[in-house]
Design a protein around this ligand. Structure first.
Ligand code: NAD
Length: 335
């Protein structure tokens, strides 16, 4: 595609409104407008933003090369089908769809039609994660905590598809391995779905990941700790920082590292421990993920997070939900 792609948006709720602001700022695309089923909201947002409010989904699709889908998850499949059937590239918020079959159908259709499919796994664009791209070897153990205070939005799906899916995607990305076994448990507190969940994933590589997610926590936390043979990484995704501790030969020149570093001799082993805080870039994560997807379409490259990767994360999330549901039933029946 030699000219700037025309980008349309479907859904201008909480997150869609942010997409709208970012798409209006991105100079590598032409933002053509949005469609939302809520007419009153559409009118208000068109007035506020000056953006074109389309009369129908077909109208915004017709005017666009790329559609960003930011509607509630239960409508992802329906909207996604219409976008792809019309031959347009798609950026879909996570979780991809409600069922794995629906996501498989969309991913398959995009592949057959040669269309780009991007997924909103936003943590891949976290500056702390980006600082470590290409630097992670073979994780042996991963511990993730994603704790959010209560918010009535997002309760249409369990905490696993709403929040834990971000860490599932990161674990699949860090390990580049399939999953061999899943154990899970959950607690249902305020919503009619699971609000707190814990999962232990064993990867075919041998790595084990222990993930905890809650959407009823008094305070927020988004941390991932990753242990390798000679390296420990502690990501604070909320603060967008990463600390790295590496066991290296004494001859290693840690002063050549960018960002802050210091080292400690490790007795008489001929080794030292290097503590390194790489410099993490500062940028808006949503703008970055949209820019990179638009660039992938414009220059015919693989999107940074593909539909296939969104499908893999969804399948794991749904399997965790199944296992957690079983354990919940068992606990409830013994109460
Ligand atoms: N990547 C992230 O971290 C992240 C964070 C929040 C939400 N999300 C995802 O984004 C999506 C939207 O979440 P939200 O919090 O903005 O929801 P929301 O309820 O605030 O907004 C959804 C909007 O879509 C509109 N809508 C509903 N059905 C539609 C349809 N068929 N066609 C057109 N418009 C329709 C609604 O009127 C509403 O304005 C969800 O899939 C959610 O999981 C992702």
């Amino acid at each position: 595609m030699s000219t700037k792609p025309n980008v349309g948006l479907v859904g201008v709720g909480h997150l869609g409104r942010i997409h709208l602001q970012k798409l209006q700022q991105i100079e590598t695309c032409n933002f053509v407008g949005f469609y939302d089923i809520d007419g009153e909201k559409s009118e208000k947002i068109a007035e506020e933003s000056g953006a074109y409010s389309a009369e129908s989904l077909a109208d915004i699709i017709e005017k666009s090369d790329i559609i960003s889908v930011v509607v509630p998850t239960h409508d992802h499949h329906k909207v996604g089908l219409e976008v792809l059937e019309s031959g347009k590239h798609i950026f879909m918020e996570k979780p991809l769809t409600e069922t794995a079959e629906q996501a498989e159908e969309l991913v398959e259709m995009a592949t057959q039609k040669g269309l780009k499919f991007g997924v909103g796994h936003i943590e891949r664009f976290n500056p702390a994660v980006q600082a470590m791209v290409g630097k992670i070897g073979k994780p042996m153990f991963i511990e993730a905590h994603r704790l959010n205070p209560f918010n009535p939005r997002g309760l249409d799906v369990a905490v696993i598809s709403e929040l834990m899916i971000h860490d599932i995607d990161l674990c699949l990305y860090f390990t580049q391995s399939e999953i061999a076994d899943i154990q899970a448990s959950a607690v249902q507190v305020l919503s009619d779905k699971m609000d707190i969940a814990n999962a232990r994933l064993t990867f075919e590589s041998g790595c084990v990941a222990n993930l905890t997610a809650s959407r009823i926590s008094p305070s927020g936390m988004r941390k991932i700790r990753l242990f390798q043979r000679d390296n420990y990484l502690s990501f604070d995704l909320k603060e967008k920082k990463v600390d790295s501790y590496s066991l290296v030969d004494n001859s290693f020149d840690d002063k050549a590292l960018t960002g802050f570093s210091t080292s400690f001799q490790y007795w008489e082993t001929g080794k030292k421990i290097v503590f390194h805080q790489p410099k993490c870039s500062e940028y808006d994560m949503i703008e970055e993920e949209l820019r990179r997807f638009i660039d992938a379409v414009a220059s015919d490259k693989t999107p940074p997070v593909t539909g296939q990767e969104g499908l893999s994360a969804l399948k794991v999330a749904l399997e965790i939900e199944g296992k957690a549901q079983e354990s919940l039933k068992k606990i409830n029946s013994s109460l």
